[in-house]
Ligand binder design. Structure first.
Ligand code: PLP
Length: 387
């Protein structure tokens, strides 16, 4: 069966060009980049090239890039570095819609001596900036706000927040795992101190990420060990994956305009056609300010999991807005924070496209999805009561 993969915010296909550049570094060039010999030096040279490529995508210099094992490690490293560098400050700020990589660390810290502000969002998933700014005080060690949300795709005003925090001298970290490669970035012109990204969200391999640390930002390593990454992250480098991330960054830069024109048009076509064909359906999130590849569509009075299962029969891969916890289907913390009504949050499906999606695939989803919703609603006692 052909797979129609529209779950690219979960993970992406490794680009063939990326795989091709990685392969020799498993077999032929297996040296350690820290070795003194020429054989190791060849590998070191390629790691340096990857660092330059990641830096170029972000508008950063190569020395500001530290390779890590994933987006989660980058997030943890940044937040822990900020609080270790400011040991007397015990207030930390984030949003209510962060990925668990940030959210769960903040919750852990809240039980371990930190006062935490979780900034709310409105019904469209937009951050309450007043609330954020009013929460800041002398005791604030770090603000960590994601660049774009993984479920709704809503983009937060990172440049503006950075400006305010810079004036107050507060460290600013952004989890840009979903934003990098989808929207243009130039960190030279922002006041972001640290930024996280992850290889597998931009057609690179899994198990590799990077942390941008602006020159001059106080830093302490999370993984303490060898001198790798100039002592900023111990552990022998995951060479092939770092090279893959470098190539993926180069490709992402080259594909940015396709992402923001063709992919955006396909995403818009998908949601407009579904809204037109299926009653009691709405978009979760600010339609004017979103990632070009993402749409979260709420189908009232049906279970997201049932929609996923029925789409799966046609090979369509997407995600639901619920997490199956201890047998009960709880809507995600993101949709709850946005105040999406229970009946809509339960039937929310996230479609996230990539440069590999075609118009034919989108037409196929538009054809197959409306009858699926109709069939499920026929079985739903809630739907019968509602209409
Ligand atoms: N942050 C965001 C916004 C994400 O979407 C994800 C992954 O889904 C992560 C962090 C974690 O990245 P990784 O899977 O590389 O640890």
């Amino acid at each position: 069966m052909k797979v129609i993969y529209v779950d690219n915010n979960a993970t992406t296909r490794v680009a063939p060009e990326v795989l091709e550049e990685m392969l020799p570094y498993f077999s032929e060039f297996y040296g350690n980049p820290s070795s003194m010999h020429t054989f190791g030096g060849m590998v070191e040279h390629k790691v340096a090239e990857a660092r330059e490529r990641v830096g170029r995508l972000l508008g950063a210099s190569p020395e500001e890039i530290i390779f890590t094992s994933c987006g989660t490690e980058s997030d943890s490293t940044a937040i822990r570095a900020a609080i270790l560098s400011n040991p007397n400050k015990k207030h930390i700020v984030t949003s209510r819609v962060e990925h668990p990589a940030v959210k769960n660390l903040y919750e852990y810290l809240s039980k371990n001596g930190y006062r935490v502000t979780f900034v709310p969002v409105d019904r469209k998933g937009r951050l309450d900036l007043d609330y954020l700014y009013k929460s800041l005080d002398e005791d604030t060690a770090i603000v960590s706000i994601m660049w774009a949300n993984n479920e709704s795709g809503v983009i937060f005003p990172i440049e503006e927040i950075g400006g305010v925090l810079k004036e107050k001298g507060i460290v600013f970290h952004t989890d840009a795992v979903q934003a990098v490669g989808k929207i243009p970035m130039d960190l030279k012109n922002t006041s972001v101190d640290m930024l996280s990204l992850s290889g597998h969200k931009l057609h690179g391999p899994k198990g590799v990420g990077a942390l941008y640390v602006r020159k001059g930002t106080k830093y302490s390593p999370f993984l303490i060990g060898g001198h790798q990454e100039k002592g900023r992250r111990g552990g022998t480098e995951n060479v092939a994956s770092i090279i893959g991330l470098g190539k993926a960054s180069e490709l992402a830069g080259a594909n940015l305009s396709d992402e923001n024109t063709r992919i955006k048009r396909l995403r818009d076509k998908l949601e407009n056609e579904i809204l037109k064909r299926v009653p009691n359906t709405m978009i979760n999130g600010d339609r004017d300010n979103r990632l070009p590849n993402t749409t979260s569509i709420a189908f009232e009075y049906v279970e997201g999991e049932s929609i996923l299962l029925m789409m799966d029969e046609y090979g369509i891969c997407a995600s639901s807005g619920s997490a199956c916890t201890s047998g009960s289907l709880e809507p995600s913390h993101v949709l709850r924070a946005m105040g999406v009504p229970f009946t809509a949050a339960h039937g929310s499906i996230r479609f996230s496209l990539s440069i590999y999606n075609t118009e034919k695939e989108i037409d196929f989803i538009i054809e197959k999805l409306p009858p699926i919703i109709e069939r499920l609603r026929e079985l739903s006692p809630f739907w019968k009561k509602a209409v």
